[in-house]
Design a protein around this ligand. Structure first.
Ligand SMILES: Cc1cc2nc3c(=O)[nH]c(=O)nc-3n(C[C@H](O)[C@H](O)[C@H](O)COP(=O)(O)O)c2cc1C
Length: 201
């Protein structure tokens, strides 16, 4: 089948794009509100787009009623956020942080996770996440139904056991992030394969 996106309704575009562009890594994003209260939410419109400068991108849509999600309101005001990678150990907690709760509710505490201070930004780091990136907002591209956030990574945490002995490369036996497919379907990284070209030139 073929779909003309210039005439396709929004819901159908969402269904097709999220069903077929995957797996998408999950950013568990922490921010703080104007009163210093913690907030967290998962975002799978997410990836890394550059290392020079080090840029992550998030795509965040408004709530059903058109109001901005807490994450967007907080990072617009504070200019800071922390992106956490999600593994199986915190998969269920990640879902709890995605609940539609009123502003001011601390989803990190709600999910039974632990907030610890970050190094360069005010938004907290979630201690149970194996990898976290402290970000400053670089640019926000606003569409009526989507804010595309470019975040510059200023600090990165990786749990020691997720690195090799030299502390350089990932240890695939201990770092196994999950990613989102369609709807409630996810994949884990517990069955990794090595693909080699075999062509030395
Ligand atoms: C796995 C997963 C991925 C999600 N990805 C996105 C996303 O990319 N963009 C978005 O706007 N909402 C996404 N959501 C929904 C938000 O997490 C949800 O609306 C949340 O309540 C927003 O919280 P906040 O108001 O504290 O920012 C996702 C939810 C889940 C469970």
């Amino acid at each position: 089948m073929n779909f003309d996106f210039t005439v396709l309704p929004e819901d159908d575009r969402y269904r097709l794009l999220t069903n077929f562009v995957g797996p998408r890594p999950i950013a568990l994003v922490s921010t703080v509100d104007e009163q210093g209260r913690n907030n967290a939410a998962p975002m799978s419109f997410f990836n890394v787009f550059s290392h020079e400068p080090p840029i992550l991108i998030l795509g965040i849509q408004p709530r059903e009623d058109g109001a901005p999600k807490d994450t967007v309101a907080n990072l617009r005001r504070s200019g800071e956020f922390v992106v956490h990678m999600v593994d199986m150990a915190i998969a269920q907690s990640m879902l709890v942080t995605g609940r539609d709760v009123p502003p001011g509710v601390d989803e990190i505490a709600l999910a039974g996770l632990t907030a610890v201070p970050s190094i360069q930004v005010a938004a907290p780091r979630i201690a149970q996440s194996p990898c976290a990136m402290e970000c400053r907002v670089e640019q926000i591209i606003d569409y009526p139904r989507r804010a595309i956030i470019l975040g510059r990574v200023v600090q990165m945490f990786v749990r020691d056991e997720c690195l090799d002995a030299a502390g350089r490369y990932v240890n695939p036996a201990t770092y196994q992030p999950i990613a989102r497919l369609h709807m409630d379907n996810y994949v884990t990284s517990d069955h990794q394969i090595v693909l080699e070209d075999g062509n030395e030139h």
